[in-house]
Write a protein that binds this ligand. Sequence first.
Ligand code: ADP
Length: 194
Amino acid sequence: MNILVLGPQGSGKGTQAGRIKATYGIPHIATGDMLREMRDVPDELGRELKEVMDRGDLVSDELMIELIRSRLSRGDTVAGFILDGFPRTMPQAEALDELLRELDRDLDIVFDFQVPDRDVLLQRMLHRAAEESRSDDTPEAIQRRLELYERETAPLVEYYRTHQANVVGIHADRTVEEVFGEIGRSLQSVEARA
Ligand code: ADP
């Protein structure tokens, strides 16, 4: 099962991706986690990443596409994967299409995590900021990340709809259990069709 999760910061998609991984035994490819590991290496790239990420800006498409290319080429993704945090821009989405074509794979489902109330997102992010103390959880960087999501990433939902992907909207402003229930039902219907 090849799954893509789209949704703004604070929509809970990372939590749900972790649940899907635990239930279905497929890798959770979270670009934010991959980049934080690279950022913490004391070299030139690590320093550059730290600067970009602490501002809440996006890492270059070029680097992201290479990162995903090498990750999806690994054998543990053959039975499926959950892509979380990529694509975030239109060039990334186009590169992913191309890459999946090369690998002769398809996305089975795209989850669109929807939280209509921006205050709910902000509250969740502030809560997480207090718990995890990430260096990009300053008010300015949080603002910037939400802004870039709206501008660069939200349009991808429409892109997938028009490219005949199976896009499923998720009402994400509910409990983890309720949201996971809805996701489980969608995944079952994809499996039934396979
Ligand atoms: P969040 O969704 O809370 O912003 P992530 O952990 O997904 O956090 O990502 C953290 C940071 O990593 C982003 O703010 C951005 O700088 C970088 N990043 C992650 N994925 C991508 C991507 N696909 N393209 C560009 N930058 C990315």
